[in-house]
Write a protein that binds this ligand. Structure first.
Ligand SMILES: N[C@@H](CCC(=O)N[C@@H](CS)C(=O)NCC(=O)O)C(=O)O
Length: 212
């Protein structure tokens, strides 16, 4: 069985949990406690030199990092159901929307970035929360104008890479106080996802390392 090193509230780990659930692949979940700084241990940097989760460890010990690269690996090795369509334009659109989240929104509210802002600029939690809400809202504003209103999910009638990224990002948005009612299209897609077991099992509060 493969090992997934992750953290209950990590949105990048959450993306991978959703993809595994959609594909029906079972893994051993190994928590890395980000609040306690376990990601900075030499043990974890041996798994991922970046000191981030998630890390997917294959049965032969090969370690994969970067959530979208892990999704790509899972899609190549467990092709059904596909998390990317065959059509090249649609594929590119789905990847672009996924990258709005994974490259443009998410990195600027990473734990280490927020810690740095707090430490270097003496920001209180409220300032950091405002910072995160600002960048999430900017990204969501753009995403709201993308997608296809006639499909069940964002661009397709089945969940793809994008939905694996969107649902965790909405979870984070609520933590940072973003007013989600401004994004009805994104909420419509989230609702479609919530009807699927894979999304329910992947929820942060359903993870073993979530506080009880
Ligand atoms: N681009 C990476 C980002 C991974 C990432 O930012 N992981 C966060 C949790 S969501 C983390 O491990 N943060 C630890 C830290 O900032 O110290 C991916 O998609 O896997």
């Amino acid at each position: 069985m493969m090992n997934l090193y992750g953290y209950w509230r990590s949105s990048a780990s959450y993306r991978v949990r959703i993809a595994l659930g959609l594909k029906g692949v079972e893994v051993r979940h190994i928590p890395v406690n980000l609040r306690k700084g376990e990601q900075l241990s030499s043990q974890h940097s041996g798994r991922n030199p970046q000191g981030y989760v998630p890390v997917l460890e294959l049965e032969d010990g090969t370690r994969l990092t970067q959530s979208l690269a892990i999704l790509d690996y899972l899609d190549a090795t467990y092709p059904n159901p596909a998390l990317m369509p065959k059509d090249a334009v649609l594929r590119s659109r789905i990847l672009a929307a996924s990258l709005v989240i994974a490259s443009d929104i998410s990195p600027i509210q990473n734990l280490s970035v927020l810690k740095y802002i707090r430490a270097e600029h003496g920001q209180e939690d409220v300032g950091v929360k405002k910072w995160s809400a600002h960048w999430i809202s900017k990204g969501f504003g753009s995403l709201e104008k993308m997608g296809n209103p006639d499909t069940k999910f964002f661009y397709t009638d089945a969940p793809m890479f994008f939905e694996c990224c969107l649902v965790p990002q909405i979870y984070n948005a609520r933590r940072f106080g973003v007013k989600m009612e401004r994004y009805p299209n994104l909420l419509r897609v989230e609702k479609a996802c919530q009807s699927l077991k894979a999304f329910e099992f992947a929820l942060p509060e359903n993870q073993l390392d979530a506080p009880k």
